[in-house]
Design a binder for this molecule. Sequence first.
Ligand code: OSB
Ligand code: MG
Length: 368
Amino acid sequence: MKFDRVTIYPLKMPLVSHFETSFGRIYDRECVLVKIESDDLVGWGECAADRDPGYSYETTGTVMHILKDFALPLLVGQDVVDAADFQRRISAIRGHHLAKAGIEMALWDLLGKRDGKSLKEMLGGVRDSVDVGVSIGLQDTTADLVKAVDGYVAKGYWRIKIKIKPGRDISEAEAVRKAYPVIKLQVDANSAYSLETAHVLRPLDDLNLLLIEQPLFEDDIWDHRLFQKQLRTPICLDESVISPRHARYAIEMEACRIINIKPGRVGGLSQGLEIHDLCQKAGLAVWCGGMLETGIGRASNLAMASLPGFTLPGDISASDRYYTRDVTLERFTLNADSTITVPTGPGLGVTVDEAAVKDFAFGEVVLK
Ligand code: OSB
Ligand code: MG
């Protein structure tokens, strides 16, 4: 696919409700969209960084910088054959996976549109709809948290994830478990504990949780191994697994029993696919994480989650959980069985609302 012209847009979109994790609270979600024009085709991708370096060191600003000054100059005017060719061409750029993944997503969208194939088909997806849940941020009080859970359960979500942090962990999880004795429940600490402080989480073992997500530091695969030995509940790694190699380290060290795959965090859909295959071979369950994506990234996540190894519900909620106005004309809705239908149109299978993109954009850089 010849990259004739690439436009990148930093976006700021108001969230339906604020989202708070162990690293802070946001009211708006930032990201960067990538639009690649190739002959008469247009492909779109989303870089899931945020304004602040809380989840990852990458930010909207670093993504714009890396794309504009390093990645896109290697690609514009070139004929990029496929995802493997793309990864080869950008291999001299260290890190910056969220930035790279947005370009790869737009490339897949183009390839699918050229060949009349959906992303699900191209990746080898096997499901028409995928099990999903909702990720609920920290609330001001435990009563507010239970009320938020009530709202999402009433909307039909069968799997609930709550964010935790030191001092806001056991009582929160216990309150939700008490209100919902049998619901699929999991917690996400976003790296808020160390091996020295994580012992406070051991009572979580009595709450029948699906998993405990990323309790320890992001670069601490080894300590996750030590902590997993102290727990019955499976540890699931998110931040720690930044590449297929890191997935292999985690598996070989027995640092976790489950991996959350976010194509953005690992540098692209092709890298997510590799981790999926690795986990399938090793017998680890995987599921698709989320980064409060727009309809573009959500379409991509749904395709990824349709692969056979994704056996746990994804953090892929309906559009109305995030945004009243999105950048795609399609809005994703929750089916009665707590699933979302995987798009079937060519590429990502969504139609980008360019007027909405322009309204949410706070910049625009064109490379040709
Ligand atoms: O850790 O899974 C996470 C959102 C932004 C950054 C990190 C995470 C999250 C979520 C939200 O938990 C998942 C979603 O998109 O609904
Ligand atoms: Mg997480």
